[in-house]
Design a protein around this ligand. Sequence first.
Ligand code: DX5
Ligand code: ZN
Length: 221
Amino acid sequence: MVKIAPSILSADFSRLGEEVKAAESAGADLIHIDVMDGHFVPNITVGPLVVSAVRRVTSIPLDVHLMIEEPDRYVDAFVQSGADYLTVHAEACIHLHRTVQNIRERGVKAGVSINPATPLNAIEPILPFVDMVLVMSVNPGFGGQEFIPEVVQKIRRLRETVIECGYNISIEVDGGINPDNAREVASAGADILVMGNAFYGSDDYHGVIRSVRERCRELDV
Ligand code: DX5
Ligand code: ZN
């Protein structure tokens, strides 16, 4: 079954604890936390302090998406704050293999993310070393943007490679996902769907998750 990771970027931050608990009770599989530094992306969001606050209110895995330059400087802090997945951008890492090893050595699952304009072959050599690939389906930096449909082809090719090579990797897709396009994304090979605006912008969190699950029901993901 496809996993759903609500992104707290679109939550009401004045009630963050409640918003996280509401996602958990609506059936979310992971909580997606977007960390932005104002350099790698134009926006600034949260750091390890907020990740540890989220950790205290939920037991489901925390999926931390680092949209920051020099992520190695912060790996320890995010590990200590309780991240279960730490995902770095291939575009932000000069020594990507070293970064991924650093994350895994600390007992945390390592993810690598690529922007819409980054080709799959940029991450092919790192695939044997990661637990997850996060395919961006918008340009990172903001919630509520429109899904870029050309990314579907990239997801399909990545899934083919993962199957062909026998890698044990989750494929997560992030940006512009909603109940209307979730099936297409999942059937291309995604097994984790991030949803920010479509989830937290709704007044029925259970309904959003139910609707995605119904539409993806007979898919083998
Ligand atoms: C964008 C972030 C996303 C964002 C997705 O840079 O990485 O996780 O929260 O939000 P939606 O689903 O609204 O595109
Ligand atoms: Zn994200």
